[in-house]
Design a protein around this ligand. Structure first.
Ligand SMILES: Nc1ncnc2c1ncn2[C@@H]1O[C@H](COP(=O)(O)OP(=O)(O)O)[C@@H](O)[C@H]1O
Ligand SMILES: [Mg+2]
Length: 347
């Protein structure tokens, strides 16, 4: 009798495969993120092993190497974070919390690229074409010659992209909504996300278009997090910020074609994301002269020095009113907190 294939469980947050179901993934420590993976029948995998391979061409280490050509998006902060622009046939994953502004950023970037004459396909699995049109109107980019589609079917998307020879960029918003007929699980599961990304990446490498995948990060791991894709793509960018605040930072967590220390800074406005080319001006905007409790810190983010203000809350001091450094456990201020403090106070 044929042996039943063993069950396997994949973590939706980090992609680690486990032989047994457990409540907490021991690789990423997330809770309730394991789900059963469909297992291939043993007969199929042994049949695949019996197909003889072909010899691959081996090459010398020396050779003429050209720097990769770049397609500039026209959004300088995005190009900066990407290491100078998009590389043809490369795959970029843009991750971030839902609502942080990923669709906004990519619609703006895709429109800029289309305005420069590049052919860009923007495929949304989350929104209808009309919703994308409304957003484009709000962002003031409705005039761009962008080609839109609302689809979750990866086979259809690949057939469409491959039918058009001059497609330069394909945006998939989001990979968690994509679906491949041959995989027997729901969109958003580890196996679906991996298989859909694999097929899209193969098409991008085959046809030479830039592929941008949007991936949501969810705390509960209800949808497969972008971390399951990190090893499959060329660059991973995280779009971060506090939804209650205006500012957003795009930073590279991985980049096969550039540095990972550059950041792109944006401000979310009612007209979409605006570039912040001089973040220091922004971080020092509230500074009012040389006042006690405020200091300016200079740091280096990639090739750009950034100044920011650090503020401490101070209370007015009695007497002459001059600011004086004081420590919490002083005799006048209360009991010392420990023996060394006591010694210090007494001495
Ligand atoms: N119709 C709208 N009017 C004003 N602001 C909006 C509208 N739709 C979205 N936004 C703002 O844009 C933000 C980012 O939205 P979106 O780009 O869809 O995020 P994501 O794709 O990361 O989920 C939202 O959190 C919201 O603040
Ligand atoms: Mg979105």
């Amino acid at each position: 009798m044929a042996k039943k294939p063993a069950r396997q469980y994949g973590c939706t947050a980090c992609g680690t495969v486990h032989a047994k179901w457990v409540g907490q993934c021991d690789a990423c420590q997330e809770w309730n993120t394991l789900e059963e993976l469909p297992v291939e029948p043993l007969a199929a995998s042994s049949a695949a092993r019996s197909v003889p391979g072909r010899r691959v061409k081996l090459e010398a280490l020396q050779g003429v190497v050209q720097p990769p050509p770049r397609v500039r998006s026209g959004i300088a902060e995005l190009d900066r974070a990407l290491g100078g622009g998009l590389v043809p046939a490369s795959v970029v994953l843009v991750g971030g919390d839902p609502g942080i502004g990923k669709s906004t950023l990519l619609l703006q970037a895709a429109s800029r690229l289309a305005e420069q004459g590049e052919r860009v396909l923007y495929i949304s699995g989350e929104e209808a074409v009309d919703q994308i049109r409304l957003r484009a109107r709000r962002l003031g980019v409705e005039g761009a010659k962008l080609e839109l589609a609302a689809s979750i079917n990866v086979a259809d998307i690949i057939a469409t992209a491959e039918a058009e020879a001059d497609v330069r960029v394909v945006v998939i918003d989001s990979i968690q909504t994509m679906w491949l007929e041959t995989v027997e699980s729901a969109p958003g599961t580890v196996s679906q996300v991996r298989a859909c990304a694999f097929e899209l990446i193969r098409a991008a490498k085959r046809r030479g278009f830039c592929l941008i995948l949007v991936g949501h990060v969810t705390k509960e791991g209800a949808l497969a997090g972008p971390r399951v894709l990190e090893h499959m793509v060329d660059a991973v960018m995280y779009f971060e910020g506090d939804r209650g605040h205006q500012f957003r930072i795009l930073r590279a967590a991985k980049n096969r074609y550039g540095a990972t220390d550059e950041i792109g800074v944006f401000a979310m406005t009612d007209r979409g994301l605006e570039e912040v080319s001089n973040p220091s001006a922004l971080f020092l905007a509230e500074r009012r002269g040389n006042i006690a409790g405020s200091a300016v810190f200079a740091g280096l983010e990639g090739s750009r020095p950034v100044l920011l203000e650090v503020q401490a809350l101070l209370s007015p001091k009695g007497g002459d009113g001059a600011p004086r450094r004081a420590w919490w456990g002083g005799i006048a201020g209360g009991w010392p907190c420990c023996w060394p403090c006591w010694k210090h106070a007494a001495g």
